[in-house]
Design a protein around this ligand. Structure first.
Ligand SMILES: C[S@@+](CC[C@H](N)C(=O)[O-])C[C@H]1O[C@@H](n2cnc3c(N)ncnc32)[C@H](O)[C@@H]1O
Length: 271
């Protein structure tokens, strides 16, 4: 019989420290401290077998920063971050503060640690909030007072769906959910997606990775560039389209070393 590791004082009973969670694995890869031995072992195994995963998570985080800067330059100050993760460094509200922008931010994640830490970190920030919610419930979530007290959908909104859809299987209908979300957004709103791709992998190597993800709370569903591009239906992709995240409008701080896992990203404008 496996023993249940004792929860640290920041955790609550809703958290299972025996099963790796993508939110906590990601937190570990980004150097955060809200993860358990099971998450660290999983992440370290992944890094051993697929060197470059840590670099890829940082590249994805840098993509987030550039997307926020791009949206702000386009005049958008309202942000909805779906699958926002455990807040480590470089969250949207921090980027807005650095840029001196008076904005509104809603973070949504279904992971209990992400929600708990989000609430704690944002306790004194009235213009940002963390909500525990599922991607599948986005249609109802965007109409809830928790969201609408921060976001005015008659004005452009930036919706960030970064590094989550590769754990959202087809049975959760990501295309349909994003389509219905697009329907409540006003023209000029932006949709940003980053997504692990299955292109350029041998079938055996991909299966090895998928097998590993089946031991977590969220089995993987990497997609092709064409499938990722199709998720932008109803949005017009801005240049340079769906590309490896370090190639999306790189700035002086964008790491350019080779060896990234194929993590694609893009931004679309609501027509
Ligand atoms: C890899 S992390 C990405 C964090 C952040 N978006 C980033 O790019 O830095 C993926 C996040 O998606 C969340 N997630 C996975 N499936 C979800 C779902 N169905 N609904 C809401 N959040 C989900 C996980 O809990 C996790 O925090």
């Amino acid at each position: 019989m496996s023993t249940v590791p004792q929860l640290p004082d920041w955790a609550d009973d809703d958290i299972d420290p025996r099963v790796p969670s993508i939110a906590r694995i990601y937190d570990h890869l980004l150097g955060g401290s809200h993860n358990f031995a099971v998450d660290r072992e999983w992440a370290d195994d992944l890094e051993r077998r697929w060197p470059g995963i840590t670099q890829a998570t940082w590249a994805n985080r840098a993509f987030l920063r550039r997307v926020v800067g791009y949206c702000v330059r386009a005049g958008i100050t309202q942000f909805l971050d779906i699958g926002s993760g455990i807040p480590t460094a470089g969250n949207i509200h921090e980027i807005l503060t650095e840029l001196g922008v008076n904005g509104q931010v809603v973070y949504v994640d279904n992971d209990p640690v992400a929600f708990l830490m989000g609430r704690r970190i944002l306790a004194d920030i009235p213009w940002a909030t963390a909500i525990r919610g599922d991607f599948r419930e986005l249609d109802t979530l965007v109409r809830s007072p928790e969201v609408t007290q921060h976001i005015d959908f008659t004005k452009p909104v930036a919706v960030l769906v970064l590094s989550i859809l590769h754990v959202v299987g087809d049975e959760m209908d990501p295309h349909g959910v994003l389509g219905r979300l697009g329907a409540v957004l006003t023209p000029g709103s932006r949709l940003a997606i980053s997504h692990f791709t299955n292109e350029g992998w041998s079938a055996e190597r991909l299966e090895e990775l998928l097998e590993l993800t089946r031991s977590t709370t969220t089995p993987g569903r990497p997609r092709s560039a064409a499938e990722i591009t199709a998720l932008f239906d109803g949005f017009e992709l801005v240049e340079p389209g769906v590309v490896q995240v370090p190639l999306w409008r790189p700035d002086a701080d964008t790491p350019q070393e080779a060896g990234y896992l194929d993590w694609l990203g893009g931004v679309g404008v609501k027509r």
